[in-house]
Design a protein around this ligand. Structure first.
Ligand code: GUN
Length: 287
């Protein structure tokens, strides 16, 4: 079998187009321009690339982008003061603090200082609790993007066996909650799971979010299953720098029914969902 490729890049472009249309309507009818503030502390190169890309796509859909770049040695109190200022700024509808933060900062404290209504990452403890109890919340962008691709591909997910490999707060846990919300039978597996290959081979939907390059090979995949690859890993191969996922693409694609590529799968959907969340936050703030 050769898997169908789920084109996240094309889907993300469609979502951005819908967001842009809605932004234009908001501007035309109410004079409201959604604003997204992104805070970057330090010079982590990968974070700098993400932040630049977020800023560019934010302005492309007609929103205002406010970038705050702080030096790595910034004190926690100074960062908290900036967040308080953004919480009170009516032009700012969404706030994202790029992770990871430098070691001297308490990430939980910083994230929980963001107004939950502006928490477009969905990481604030209130949003985590709302999602876990099936209430209206801000939903983390990467799992939301995965869910949208799965719904588009399968239609209903009801009754499907879903295995999420990875238990991070950013991806694994909220992904499991979202799949449960769509009536999947959900297993969260991780590095200590016994018989991981067997567990994964029961999945109709296999989400690879382990953070280890190409760990999920074809033997982990049930024939015809859908593989969603959340990993973004830079590796050296044949003397070249290459971007690969947590799934080994070629071997998985031989067995799976459908698979998201890296790059061009989950990654573009994450930023599209960030823009969609910013629009949602703007609409909720304005009744
Ligand atoms: N760093 C890596 N992924 C993310 C994300 O989704 N949100 C934030 N804020 N930081 C990240």
């Amino acid at each position: 079998m050769t898997a169908q490729i789920i084109d996240g890049k094309a889907f993300a472009a469609k979502v951005r187009g819908q967001v842009a249309e809605h932004v234009a309507q908001l501007k035309g009818a109410h004079g409201i321009i959604p604003g997204l503030a992104v805070v970057l502390v330090g010079e982590d190169p990968a974070s700098q690339v993400y932040v630049r890309s977020k800023g560019k796509q934010t302005t492309e859909v007609g929103m205002n982008s406010y970038e705050h770049k702080l030096p790595a040695e910034t004190g926690e109190a100074e960062l908290l003061a900036l967040i308080a200022q953004l919480n009170h700024d009516p032009k700012v509808h969404g706030i994202l603090v790029q992770l990871p933060l430098p070691d001297h900062m308490n990430s939980d404290l910083v994230i929980n200082a963001i107004d939950p209504a502006k928490d477009v990452d969905g990481f604030h403890i209130s949003n985590v609790g709302l999602l876990g109890t099936g209430q209206k919340s801000m939903v983390p962008c990467t799992p939301l993007g995965c869910l949208m691709m799965l719904r588009e591909h399968h239609g209903s997910l009801s009754g499907l066996n879903a295995v999420v490999v990875g238990r991070s707060n950013i991806v694994g846990k909220p992904m499991a909650q979202l799949l449960l919300g769509d009536s999947c039978t959900v297993t969260i597996a991780h590095s200590r799971t016994k018989d991981l290959t067997e567990v994964c081979r029961r999945a109709d939907i296999l989400v690879a979010a382990v953070g280890r390059a190409e760990m999920i090979t074809g033997d982990y995949v049930k024939p015809g299953a859908t593989v969603i690859d959340v990993g973004i890993n830079r590796i050296e191969r044949d003397g070249k720098n290459k971007l690969v996922g947590d799934a080994h693409f070629d071997s998985c694609a031989e067995v799976a029914g459908a698979i998201t590529p890296v790059p061009g799968g989950v990654g573009p959907m994450t930023i599209a969902c960030l823009l969609a969340n910013t629009l949602t936050a703007t609409c909720r703030a304005n009744g």
